[in-house]
Design a protein around this ligand. Structure first.
Ligand SMILES: Cc1cc2nc3c(=O)[nH]c(=O)nc-3n(C[C@H](O)[C@H](O)[C@H](O)COP(=O)(O)O)c2cc1C
Length: 336
């Protein structure tokens, strides 16, 4: 039988932490939380998970909800906590809080283009202010013992593609790894990523560079590993539509084939439900289930009907019925 293998596997070390396989779960706000990450990690294939971005202002001002975002489970390790903000002192204090909470790695967000974030001069807005970005990296590095990594884009917009200078600056300031989402801030999440930028940056710095942006199938990972000097690939949205993507890619690394079914996705959704229902806030649970249901039903026949149905549900019990029906699960499957 023809086993399409991914043969070239780069070595990824962040500081002294070895990451294997070199496949990273992207930070996704409201999604890669303490309920979801352990489930994805358990499936296999996720070498490193990054938390959703955590506000340094929220952390250092004692916001309860923000502090709860530092919650993680031991089985998730190694875990990277991503922080954002524009004040070097607060960023350093926030990093120390994350380290104290047990983070193995601190990641700094220099890529978020959301209005709320760039209005506060954080996220990708910092790619326009490299002096401030440099101070933030230096202060965060000084404040913690764990490795500090950064996540960037190509630049603020297409006339200001400063990813190479920014990457070199980050390396000199003490960053231990750079993830490059190969789009500009202005491009948000559409437009073709500039794939050649991954290799350009990987060749320009000594620290590991991770490729990110529209990596959706095993062949995309294979392309990165064979055609660039990147040490890893980070996947975001593809893992939301197909949570088995890491497992599928990992199977290709170890010479197996893994083919999940629609039922498997339904079971995964139920497992997520079981995990998130531990949160006492029913509104929060329903909100999260709607987000997850939206992603997981993409690409399936009648997915839009399912999304409409769950958008009007207000009780989690009725969610279970909707999930069982849409993913064609028997009650028995759930107990298996
Ligand atoms: C819903 C959503 C939330 C995101 N939240 C974050 C975040 O908190 N921090 C961050 O650095 N990037 C965030 N991103 C960007 C992703 O980490 C990733 O860089 C981007 O989606 C491109 O990768 P992909 O094509 O594999 O999704 C987010 C993206 C989406 C779609």
């Amino acid at each position: 039988m023809d086993l399409p293998l991914i043969k070239k596997i780069p070595e990824l070390k962040i500081g002294n932490i070895e990451i294997y396989p070199p496949l990273l779960l992207a930070p996704l706000a409201e999604i890669t939380d303490v309920y979801l990450r352990p489930i994805l990690k358990k499936m296999g294939g996720v070498g490193l998970a990054v938390t959703e971005m955590v506000s340094s202002e929220g952390l250092t001002r004692g916001n309860k909800q923000t502090i709860e975002m530092l919650d993680f489970k031991d089985e998730e390790r190694p875990i990277s906590v991503q922080i954002y903000g524009a004040n070097p002192v607060r960023m350093a204090d926030a990093a120390a809080m994350a380290e104290e909470a047990g983070a193995d790695i601190i990641d700094i967000n220099f890529g978020c283009p959301a209005k709320k974030i760039i209005r506060g001069k954080s996220g990708v807005a910092l790619m326009k202010d490299t002096n401030l970005a440099e101070n933030i990296i230096k202060d965060v590095v000084k404040a913690v013992k764990v490795p500090v990594t950064v996540k960037t884009r190509l630049g603020w917009n297409s006339t200001d593609l400063n990813y190479i200078e920014f990457g070199k600056m980050a390396e000199n300031a003490g960053a231990a790894m750079i993830t490059l989402h190969a789009r500009t801030g202005k491009q948000h999440y559409s437009f073709e990523p500039k794939r050649e930028a991954w290799d350009e940056l990987a060749k320009a710095v000594k620290i590991p560079v991770i490729a990110n942006g529209d990596i959706k199938i095993p062949e995309d990972v294979q392309w990165v590993f064979e055609n660039t000097e990147c040490r890893g690939a980070m996947i975001g949205r593809a893992a939301l539509k197909n949570p088995f993507i890491f497992r599928i890619i990992y199977a290709k690394i170890i010479g197996e084939i893994y083919r999940p079914t629609k039922k498997d996705i339904g079971k995964y959704f139920l497992e997520y439900y079981e995990s998130i229902k531990a949160n006492p806030d029913q509104k929060f649970v329903i909100h999260k289930l709607r987000i997850m249901g939206g992603w997981l039903s993409h690409g399936f026949k009648n997915g839009n009907q399912f999304r409409r149905r769950i958008s009007s549900l207000t009780e989690d019990a009725s969610f279970i019925d909707a999930i069982l029906e849409f993913f064609e699960l028997e009650e028995l499957d759930v107990a298996e």
